[in-house]
Design a protein around this ligand. Structure first.
Ligand code: VNL
Length: 402
């Protein structure tokens, strides 16, 4: 636990975790959930604050999944309990405790930002309750508890293919610009290392505070360095602010190419970002315009149920998190005991709306395609149009340790 706390401090300076020792006894008394007739699933996400769009998307997707797949699995009734942690780790932790101890939830889903996922890791270990991270994407999260699984993605998974594309497309001199916390540092490291190994140079690594970011001074430094490209990561919900300042500073007309992870050109914000995003090449695991029958049906149903809202990668993370729980319960014949569910979830594979996915049995992280996309207009609307696929990508951070 000590290492989780120090890592979390390092990743998110000011927000420290408090100890959970007092809870150990209470959690030790739990374990009756296997015999329950109703299986409770807790979804903890930010529904307010700067990451509210993540909560909105994830709640809508989890509800759509239940609407489409029914409220009964293997003879057990499913109850979804949604909680708003406002993006504050202490709140996430308190809500997780309440869901585990009072509601006897069998599984927890959600975790909109890395520090929120880390705050719950010691609880999932102690209570032996599976914690499915459907949003946060710092690579090391899944290492913090043997009960953590992930259906979102990792930043190394998305950033290495972006660097490889750059190297093949004449990008030699780059500046990176990332939000200064876990996923940003992952994006910076894996993109920079790949570019450098391939013979390119990284002239500056710029880190922008996560909270209330002012990109202007950093964009000036990008301009002054005049690289071939600037590689950017900001979390879901922050892309519009970044792109606005990018064009206000004239970077879109500077000849410096903008490349990014798909978090920046998030489907949820792309229309709002507008034409300044046209032509931006980026890498990610999901686009609302992914061309498959499963995705077409998903996007249509999601929009219909949510006043036309377009699903983004956060929606898909939660939709697949629910799919993982349902599939595991089918396999265990409705047994929701934590260790039984963990065993069932390892190695699970299915056809997601993003393409084929599986859960790596060793790391409990998702293995999935990463797509190279370019922002284009399709019937008057902006989309990340996929034009190349890197198949079955494992998280490079864990693969490198072997
Ligand atoms: C994280 C990573 C959050 C990627 C994001 O959006 C994202 C995280 C809220 O790990 O905190 O797009």
């Amino acid at each position: 636990m000590k290492s989780v706390r120090s890592l979390s401090r390092r990743l998110f300076g000011s927000l420290a975790l408090s100890t959970t020792l007092g809870l150990t006894t209470a959690l030790g008394l739990i374990g009756a959930s296997a015999a329950q007739d109703t299986i409770k699933i807790g979804l903890i996400v930010p529904m307010t604050g700067p990451s509210a769009s993540t909560g909105r998307q994830q709640e809508a997707a989890a509800k759509l999944f239940i609407q489409q797949n029914g409220t009964t699995v293997a003879g057990k009734k499913i109850e979804l309990i949604v909680k708003d942690d406002t993006g504050a780790p202490d709140t996430t932790k308190r809500l997780a405790q309440e869901l585990i101890v009072n509601d006897k939830a069998s599984v927890l889903l959600g975790f909109g930002l890395t520090p929120l996922a880390l705050a719950v890791a010691p609880l999932s270990t102690q209570a032996k309750v599976p914690q499915i991270v459907t949003a946060a994407a710092t690579a090391m999260i899944t290492e913090q508890s043997p009960f953590i699984f992930r259906t979102s993605f990792t930043l190394p998974q998305a950033s290495v293919p972006m660097a490889e594309w750059g190297l093949k497309n004449g990008i030699k001199k780059v500046v990176t610009l990332v939000s200064d916390y876990g996923p940003g540092l992952d994006a910076e490291k894996w993109f920079s290392d790949t570019i450098t190994k391939g013979g390119g140079t990284v002239v500056e690594n710029l880190r922008v505070p996560l909270r209330n970011p002012d990109f202007a001074p950093f964009l000036q430094r990008v301009k002054d360095a005049s690289p071939d490209a600037v590689f950017v990561f900001v979390p879901s919900g922050f892309g519009a602010t970044f792109m606005k300042q990018f064009s206000e500073r004239g970077l879109d007309k500077s000849g410096i190419k903008l490349i990014a992870t798909g978090d920046v050109t998030d489907d949820d914000l792309l229309q709002e970002i507008g034409d300044v995003s046209l032509g931006v090449v980026n890498t990610h695991h999901y686009s609302a315009s992914h061309n498959s029958p499963e995705n077409k049906a998903f996007v249509e149903a999601f929009k219909k149920a949510n006043n036309g809202m377009r699903p983004n990668f956060m929606a898909v993370g939660a939709y697949d998190g629910m799919a993982l729980v349902y599939k595991a319960l089918e396999k265990t014949k409705g047994n929701a005991d934590g260790e039984t569910l963990v065993a069932a979830m390892k190695g699970m594979s299915w056809t997601s709306v993003r393409g084929p996915v599986s859960i790596d049995p060793e790391t409990r992280d998702i293995i999935q395609n990463i797509y190279v996309r370019k922002v284009e207009k399709v019937n008057g609307e902006l989309y990340n149009q996929e034009f190349a696929t890197i198949e079955a990508v494992k998280d490079p951070f864990k693969a490198a340790k072997k």
